[in-house]
Ligand binder design. Structure first.
Ligand SMILES: *Cc1c(COP(=O)(O)O)cnc(C)c1O
Length: 430
């Protein structure tokens, strides 16, 4: 299918990137379970290796099934290209890799997925990279955190936990003024609820493990490029603007224009870091994307109903969901996520830590797991699991206070989910 602005989201989520298989006519995208692809002749092989012709060489770099998913996610996000990789965390490294070098830093929001906080505060130091954590509601603090060595700003559109929505327009204006790219993790919102590129993002990263796949089967990640950043405006981004020794002095930006970041991600990032998505995973995620809008509408509808019910319940102290009028981010949702605030939120149970543990044990439909964005409803008590190494004070700062549970509302019947929470709350709070 030739995709264009004339097609709506529901059409693109099924068709973008896909075409009947040229060899067999297969209508569904085949799983090209092949490591290598035969060259037509020696000249064809040479042209592929010189990046003079686009094609398939070896599945660490490119694979036809994965390529369909890349084109589909790029289209849904309104980007020019995308690179899929083995997980959301891999995507974050793949997004930063062309921008960073020892001694350089990235300015990041304090409100991030817990695993990302660890990746940025601990692991990237081993590469000589630094992350400066700032409250992204304090725009002056974001500006003040940027220095000559800053090469990117990183945040989540909807940050979990805690129902936080980032003012992407304000943050992208700061990035533009500093001539650095804004990277937005759009995992919790998906391109159906939020399109960060329309709010000024340069790059969008995803954990496709979550809503894009939507059924908890495979891990994956994706980096989408808006194609809008001028990598050659100054000498801050030599990986993209300066001659690349591994390709006989080729300059990615000069040669590939708006696709420079995507080509670099495949030709250098996947080639040398090897964090590749496998074709089976791409297949499951392609299946998921076909129903993305239908599922997200139901996730949002259920989350609103359940959050409203919990907010009125005596056994609950507070609910943090940006889709509730009581949320400080309720108005921001309308501009950043016009179709709803997503399916994740936290709530505080009267009785604190012990009551949360009892609640989690008593639930029957909700599963107690460290995951989100599944068709089924999930719950986690962060203080006794993912955040148990932290002090109560640190847990509170991370939005994972001892009395709080996080839910990822699924697409089951809302009435059944409410009944399940009702019976479990009775057992948890006496
Ligand atoms: C899960 C998640 C990640 C990490 O993705 P993996 O696929 O688990 O590596 C990053 N950001 C957000 C918002 C997530 O929910």
């Amino acid at each position: 299918m030739t995709d264009g602005p004339t097609y709506g989201f529901d059409t693109l989520q099924i068709h973008a990137g896909a075409r009947p298989d040229p060899a067999t006519g297969a209508r569904q995208t085949p799983i090209y379970q092949s490591t290598a692809f035969v060259f037509r002749d020696a000249e064809h092989a040479a042209a592929l290796f010189n990046l003079q012709e686009v094609g398939y060489i070896y599945s660490r770099l490119t694979n036809p099934t994965v390529a369909v998913l890349q084109e589909r996610i790029a289209t849904l996000e309104g980007g020019v290209g995308a690179v899929c990789c083995s997980s959301g965390h891999a995507a974050q490294l793949m997004a930063l890799f062309p921008l960073m070098a020892p001694g350089l830093n990235v300015v990041v929001s304090t409100r991030l997925y817990g695993g990302t906080v660890t990746q940025f505060s601990q692991t990237i130091k081993r590469f000589g990279w630094e992350a400066t954590f700032v409250d992204f509601d304090d725009l002056d603090a974001v500006k003040a955190a940027i220095d000559d060595n800053t090469r990117a700003i990183f945040c989540e559109a909807i940050a979990n936990p805690g129902g936080y929505i980032t003012d992407l327009d304000a943050i992208s204006a700061i990035a533009d003024a500093a001539e650095i790219p804004l990277i937005v993790d759009n995992t919790s919102a998906t391109p159906y609820l939020c399109r960060p590129i329309e709010h000024g993002a340069t790059l969008v990263v995803h954990s496709t493990t979550k809503y894009l796949t939507g059924n908890g089967t495979v891990t994956g990640g994706c980096v989408v490029d808006s194609g809008k950043f001028d990598w050659s405006a100054n000498d801050k981004f030599p990986s993209l603007s300066a001659p690349e020794p591994a390709y006989h002095g080729l300059k990615f930006h000069e040669t590939f224009g708006p696709l420079a970041f995507t080509f670099h991600g495949i030709a250098i990032g996947l080639r040398d870091l090897g964090m590749t998505m496998n074709p089976q995973a791409a297949h499951y995620t392609l299946m998921g994307t076909e129903t993305l809008s239908l599922r997200m509408d139901r996730h949002v509808e259920n989350a609103v109903k359940i959050a409203q019910w919990l907010e009125k319940d005596d056994r609950v102290d507070y609910v943090t969901y940006a889709g509730l009028k009581s949320s400080p981010y309720f108005d921001r949702v309308k501009t950043i996520c016009p179709r709803g605030a997503g399916g994740l939120f936290t709530f505080a149970v009267k009785g604190g830590y012990d009551a949360c543990v009892k609640l989690v044990n008593a639930l029957e439909i909700f599963s107690h797991v460290a995951n989100l964005g599944d068709a089924r409803s999930l719950i986690i008590h962060s203080a006794s699991t993912t955040h148990r190494q932290l002090t109560a004070e640190q847990q509170r700062a991370a939005g994972a206070a001892p009395e709080v549970v996080r839910v990822s509302i699924g697409i089951e019947d809302a009435d059944d989910l409410i009944a399940d929470l009702d019976q479990a709350l009775s057992k948890a709070v006496s």
